[in-house]
Design a protein around this ligand. Sequence first.
Ligand code: BGC
Length: 468
Amino acid sequence: MSEYNTTNDDEEKGLLADHNIDGSNECERGSLLGQTKLTLYSVGISCIAAVGGLLFGYDTGVVSGALPLLEEEFSLSEIEEEAFVSAAIAACVVGALIGGPLSDRIGRRPTILIAAVLFAIGAAVLTVSNAYWMLLIGRIMLGFGVGKASMISPVYIAEASPQRFRGALVTINNFAITGGQFVAYIVAALFSKVNEGWRYSLGLSGVPAVILFVGMLMAPESPRWLIGRGRTDEARRILLKVYGGCKEEAEREINDINDALSKHVDVKFREVFTRRMRRPLAIGILIQAFQQFCGINTAMYYSATIIKMAGFGDNSTAIWFSTLVAFGNALSTIICLFLIDRVGRRKLLFLSLSGITFGLAALGLAFYLNEHSMISDKASGITAVCALVFYTLFFALGMGPVPWALTSEIFPLKLRGIATGITTTANWLSNLIVSMTFLSLMSLITKAGVYWLYGCVCIVCLIFVIFL
Ligand code: BGC
């Protein structure tokens, strides 16, 4: 593996510059930034932007629980159900793609505000829906919001964070995603027996949407984006708060950003496809695609189904077990939060992928042995649930947060929005492919075959990480 130089000139070096993939950086080797203290201000604005992550998690997580209720109420056909799920993911693809250039042009903060409005409208439409087409419109609006938020929240947090804590603060966003998914599972389970409970579970996301909107009205613009627009005084005021009033650190950061910007003042949109960008873009696209082809969302969207298929319990037992999976996912993200800036991205990816591969192998084995009547339904169910929990714990340790952290920091500032938009689009497109092929793949190559296939993808990704 090549070692990346640790220079603060991340806009010029681009790839993994001020946080190389091993996590060490110049700041930690005794410079001023080595003593940087984490301020409440940084944590506060990261938490506000992370409400975008919470909505991402909630809105993607709530579907599996709401779907059976919608199917009953609107007598949905299988195709209508699939369209309901896929339309939202397709809208995420579009939202992420548009969000990138939009955030470069109008700023990170207004882009998050637009996402918040889309979330609120989507939630309102879903709550009052009395026809299938209204449900579709509501989900598509939400999808646009999720797509935008998924690319812009990590970028905003990374750009407004002190270098030393960037990974950890971006991981707050991932904790919010996983927390949102966990809350969504609980809410869906709680409302599953309530008359028209889906209206509440789908509509509830309107609350964080309003919190995100109001919070972002009070939050500052990204200082990096401001400097890129020549608004250095505004950026200085914000950076002073970010660095707890330390003028030297704020000035040093301004100089670093200015230095880097001066090297490519006239960067054009099309430069995103030039040779210099090829490597970071390829890494960003691949790591985001790998994240999805590890099969994570088959676990997140279908965990209750998987648990049932493994012969474990009835509907409600399966739903409650699936909340356990989501809980483990959120919990493990917290561990990553503490490790990411210490251990480094590459080691975490390595550890995470090894665990995921093992979990997938075990999950496949549980199904294989059951399909060949070599173990009882119960034994297979217990093995499958343990493997699923193990798998998600390891996913959240690295493959969940690291791709988002990496893609929010490896691109030059001027192209960061558009480039992150592209890598996020790769994430959603891969998500769409995996979700749409999961069930048919199962009938084609058996349940065991599907998980072993995802396991093979993880091994390829492990090799990719070794050579990264
Ligand atoms: C992924 C999502 C996934 C979630 C699981 C995120 O990092 O991007 O697709 O649903 O992790 O917690």
